[in-house]
Design a protein around this ligand. Sequence first.
Ligand code: NAD
Length: 294
Amino acid sequence: MTTIGFVGLGHMGAPMAHNLLMHHQLIVYDVIPEAADALASQGATVAKTLAQLAQSADVIITMLPAGQHVKDVCMQEDGLFAHAKPNALFIDSSSIDIDTSRALSIIAHKRGFGMIDAPVSGGVAGATAATLTIMVGGLEKDFHRAKPILELMGKTIVHAGPAGNGQVAKICNNMILGISMIAVSEAFTLGKKLGLDAEKLFEISSHSSGQCWSITSNCPVPGLVPNSASNNHFQPGFTADMMLKDLRLSQNAAHIAAVSTPLGAEATALYALFSSLGYGQMDFSAIIQMIAGK
Ligand code: NAD
């Protein structure tokens, strides 16, 4: 049995950590004490500090909002790198910028730790059901060490190449997702205006060439897919601000790589507008309301 430290127990981290509890000893930390207490009631130990967590854990998983958070918890004076066991393995499952991910991996290896980036796809439903797709960047030996743990949280585990390549896969995937959610929102809004029932369009498009995750797993029209955020007043799920973060990461990367991504750029602009109107904390599928002029 391995002792696993888990940092960041939000929408995704809490169910992911829960799925490890049956198999390993778990020590958890979150800046929001109630988030850690919820895991304690399921059998985890709560660390009072990052240092305490790092001193006890063989493997440390981070599931935090953005690159700065991951950098802070790893690098701060009293943080994870300063206190981790000599052979600790770091698994960063947050979706963060490629440069921070690669820089942290280099520092971790210089200090004798293993480290992979292992961002995930599948949303809260996938995290709860342990069916996430997990895309991994890092050394082969670190990947093989992490794989049995990743398999407790996900179903499809892919080694995407060296450090940072998990993040490359994640921002490319989420650029598709942001664009497709807008496309689905436009199509359902147009269909309704033209007199087509949403149920009928769903029945047809979910079995036609327009089929995608934004229709079949998180449909922005309520009542069509079990557990979609639209059924629950667009409670996240995956917030519009998180989607905007990922789209911006894709556009920064596209700029550096000199690749033209006009639909990615347009999706970024639309989510930026949606967020600036005050809807950033709603599920990202709520963008249908702006498109429908509500
Ligand atoms: P969230 O905001 O719900 O959770 C983040 C958690 O990290 C919170 O509990 C917060 O208190 C904690 N935290 C923040 N700073 C911290 C610190 N310094 N130390 C300890 N804890 C800290 O976010 P989420 O939706 O769970 O997403 C987490 C990551 O996973 C993001 O990078 C996101 O892009 C990615 N992701 C989210 C989804 C989704 O559907 N929500 C899906 C795939 C990937």
